[in-house]
Design a protein around this ligand. Structure first.
Ligand code: FPP
Length: 234
């Protein structure tokens, strides 16, 4: 779709949701649902960044997701490794930089290695940034920032909010548009600091079916929103 005349958000965040239900509807396993979500994730990300979005944060695994069955957790870890093994070339071809937000512990070594390689190899790309949120929790991110600040011994008395934000996992601009697929109306501990003034969009579509035209609809809706950031309407 032609985006002229539409507002392009600088930072889009997506809570990837509905892979399991998508699979169940088709008589497939949850793991097959994640495989479908994985393929959609990479192609959709390319499309979103090609439209001028500079930052795309993707919630692919929360700290709470470790409570799922071992086979499912293991499969999601393997998919993460595939990002490096099978998708690096696509990120390079599309000039996409990859960064990560989340805690290391208890991610397996192979995941940390894949993560570090992806970050290193794509570091000089300039066509937009994907921030994979992996073993991520919003409260944990704020707590981890406080711990780093205390350990640094800095005098915080004159600090602005932006001084604090530098200690988060990544120093990112605020989220402009937050999308959660599959009809769930929750933030689920995602980017608590960065989502303060985000516009929320909750399509019913389950993630493996959320394609380019669905993102176009989100942008049309976002363009209609009147963002006042707590000020008054002019
Ligand atoms: C939510 O669907 C999805 C996840 C918890 C994982 C998202 C992961 C991918 C799209 C694959 C890519 C993964 C990595 C690690 C790069 P759900 O399982 O909660 O669906 P349900 O609510 O319908 O059960």
């Amino acid at each position: 779709m032609d985006y002229s005349g539409l507002k392009i958000p600088n930072h889009v965040a997506i809570i990837v949701d509905g892979n399991g239900r998508w699979a169940k509807e088709r008589g497939m396993t949850r793991l097959q649902g994640h495989d479908a979500g994985f393929e959609n994730l990479v192609s959709l990300s390319k499309y979103i960044l090609s439209k001028g979005v500079k930052y795309l944060s993707l919630y692919v695994f929360s700290t709470e997701n470790f409570k799922r069955e071992k086979a499912e957790v293991d499969h999601l870890m393997d998919l993460f490794v595939l990002l490096y093994r099978d998708k690096l070339r696509e990120f390079m071809r599309n000039n996409i930089r990859v960064i990560f937000s989340g805690r290391d512990e208890p991610l397996p070594k192979k995941v940390l290695k894949a993560r570090d390689e992806l970050v290193r190899e794509t570091a000089n790309n300039t066509g937009g940034t994907i921030n994979f949120c992996m073993n991520y929790g919003g409260r944990a991110e704020i707590l981890d920032a406080v711990k780093k600040i205390v350990a640094s011994g800095e005098d915080v008395s004159g600090w602005q909010e932006s001084d604090f934000a530098k200690y988060l996992y990544q120093d990112l601009p605020d989220v402009d548009l937050m999308i959660r697929t599959s009809g769930e109306l929750r933030l689920s501990n995602f980017l608590l600091w960065q989502n303060s003034y985000a516009e929320f969009y909750f399509p019913e579509t389950k993630f493996p079916d959320f394609h380019e035209a669905d993102f176009d609809r989100a942008i049309v809706e976002y363009t209609k929103r009147d963002r006042r950031f707590g000020g008054i309407k002019k």
